[in-house]
Design a protein around this ligand. Structure first.
Ligand code: NAD
Length: 504
């Protein structure tokens, strides 16, 4: 299996324009959760080569910031074309490295194409405001300028889309990018960088605009601490954000933090269960529960709780678990053995805290991949939101809690420290409005009759509280990659001070 997978991976890398011999080395293993084994060895970066990459990106940005934004947009548009052309091969690598089923891997690459199109449009819409001045013969305006180098740190579970959200926006706004991907997904990162390099060459943009650094958190720390990196956009666990955020702040850098979630869906008595149940199954069990937006808590009205749990359990029992390349598979493997251990630990704690396992939780073993870690997604009924429910376990566990009225549901919903994504299933409009109002759910993303996962790129993406407060992707998230400049222009030929100050 590993030999076949290595050959398949090598083919995909070559199709994507990667020189496989040039990346081979013995510093780091490229592994696949499909086998749990190493595919081949890779070269990793050092603190020195990381510093060189940052310097090169900094130099590239000096030229890039003078290129008109709509022209910069052409480079990102070219990246979008190359991604469209290579969608299958890149999705294949996403499946190999992150274990995503085929359809979700293709969806992730589609999201990259979408953001490139969005960013190209944006390149003609980096609007600044003009304000009336209080002084005669004066004009007051705001304009937006590039920040410099944007450092991108990404997690294993969205190995390519998160980079593209950041990179497409950072490039059209005139920055260069240095990317530190998860150590679990170096190959997809190498492939994306090969495509970006091609887009850069095809559009005659500065060659060092998109640098890649391969390695573990130690080289991520070089990026975090470098005064030449104006923005650090870091996606990963809240633990990582707790380390990265203060370090960037200590040097007065800007950070965009996209951290852990503990997302809940509320099921009201009036919910259409034909919509609610499949949406919850996808959000809780899809991607083997390894999305930042995965539904981890189900807050269900006591009058429909038994029926909902029964329907969910039936749906869970029919989930096809296995090879993510197989079209019929819905649940692929967990990323590694640690992830499996953490899931088992949480299930044991849930039991100690009064939980009752409804279904799932067992390991599913395949002869061809004894070191792979597949699990049956689990549903656990909990008496209340105990400690284990309050934290994010990055695996497919759905905790079910009941409520009696909407105020209680909202209170339960908001009681966790994370604030990424939420959903309510209801046919009662007043209830839906209450849930999305200022007095409702406290997350960055709040959905009605749609699950917590599967965001579109048009809306700003991110969450509050321990999710970090960052926003990426749509609407005005581009402002996170630019500095705002306020300018007063005096064409009156006289000296006039603001607020009527007279200085002789
Ligand atoms: P992780 O925190 O272990 O690693 C994420 C990245 O941070 C990796 O590239 C890692 O090398 C790097 N890193 C870790 N510590 C660092 C440090 N001190 N300095 C610099 N870099 C450091 O996360 P993971 O296991 O890869 O991904 C799963 C987590 O990511 C979950 O908590 C999930 O919710 C979160 N996530 C959040 C979002 C979001 O948009 N909010 C999206 C995807 C994943």
């Amino acid at each position: 299996m590993t030999t076949d997978l290595t050959a398949r991976t090598t083919d995909a890398l070559r199709t994507l324009g990667v020189d496989v011999d040039a990346i081979s080395g013995s510093d780091l293993d490229a592994r696949s959760p499909l086998t749990g084994q190493s595919l081949f060895g890779l070269k990793a970066d050092t603190a020195e080569s990381t510093a060189q990459a940052i310097d090169a990106a900094y130099q590239a940005h000096l030229a890039w910031r003078e290129v008109p934004a709509p022209v910069r947009g052409q480079t990102v548009a070219r990246l979008g074309e190359l991604l469209t052309e290579h969608k299958q091969a890149l999705a294949e690598l996403v499946t190999v490295e992150a274990g995503k089923i085929k359809s979700e891997a293709l969806g992730e690459v589609q999201e990259m194409i979408d953001i490139c199109q969005f960013a190209q449009g944006l390149s003609r819409q980096l609007y600044g405001k003009t304000m009336p001045s209080e002084r005669a013969g004066h004009r007051l305006q705001e304009s937006w300028h590039p920040m410099g180098v944007v450092g991108v740190i990404s997690a294993f579970n969205f190995p390519v889309a998160v980079w593209s959200w950041n990179t497409a926006l950072a490039l059209v706004t005139g920055n260069a990018v240095v990317w530190k991907p998860s150590e679990a997904t170096s190959l997809t990162a190498i492939a994306c960088t090969a495509l970006l390099d091609r887009a850069i060459a095809d559009t005659e943009a500065p060659s060092d605009l998109g640098k890649l650094i391969i390695g573990d958190r130690a080289i991520g720390e070089v990026l975090v601490d470098s005064p030449k990196v104006a923005v650090v956009s870091a996606t990963g666990s809240t633990r990582m954000g707790r380390e990265v955020g203060p370090r960037v702040a200590a040097r007065f850098g800007r950070s965009i933090l996209e951290l852990g979630g503990n997302n809940a869906a509320v099921v009201a008595p009036s919910a259409d269960l034909a919509v609610a149940v499949p949406s919850i199954v996808f959000a809780a069990a899809g991607t083997a529960g390894q999305r930042c937006t995965s539904t981890r808590r189900l807050i269900v009205h006591e009058s429909v709780a038994d029926e909902v749990v029964d329907k969910l359990a039936k749906a869970y029992d029919s989930l096809a678990i296995g090879d993510p390349f197989d079209e019929s598979t819905l649940v692929g493997p967990l990323i590694n053995a640690d992830s499996y251990e953490r899931m088992q630990q949480s299930l044991a704690e849930a039991k100690e805290q009064g939980g009752e396992l409804v279904t799932g939780g067992d390991r599913v073993e395949f002869d061809h991949a004894p070191e792979g870690h597949w699990v049956k997604p689990a549903i656990v009924r909990m008496p209340s939101q105990t400690d284990v429910v309050m934290r994010e376990t990055f695996a497919p566990i759905l905790y079910v809690i009941t409520y009696t009225d909407l105020a209680e549901a909202i209170e339960l919903h908001n009681a966790v420290p994370q604030g990424l994504s939420s959903g309510i299933f209801t046919s009662d409009q007043a209830e839906a409005e209450r849930f999305i109002s200022a007095a409702g759910a406290d997350c960055g993303i709040v959905n009605v009759n749609t699950g917590t996962s599967g965001a579109e790129i048009g809306g700003a993406f991110g969450g509050e509280k321990e999710t970090g407060g960052g926003r990426e992707s749509g609407t005005d998230a581009w402002q996170g990659y630019m500095r705002r400049q306020t300018t007063t222009i005096n064409y009156s030929g006289t000296v006039q001070l603001a607020q009527g100050v007279d200085f002789g």
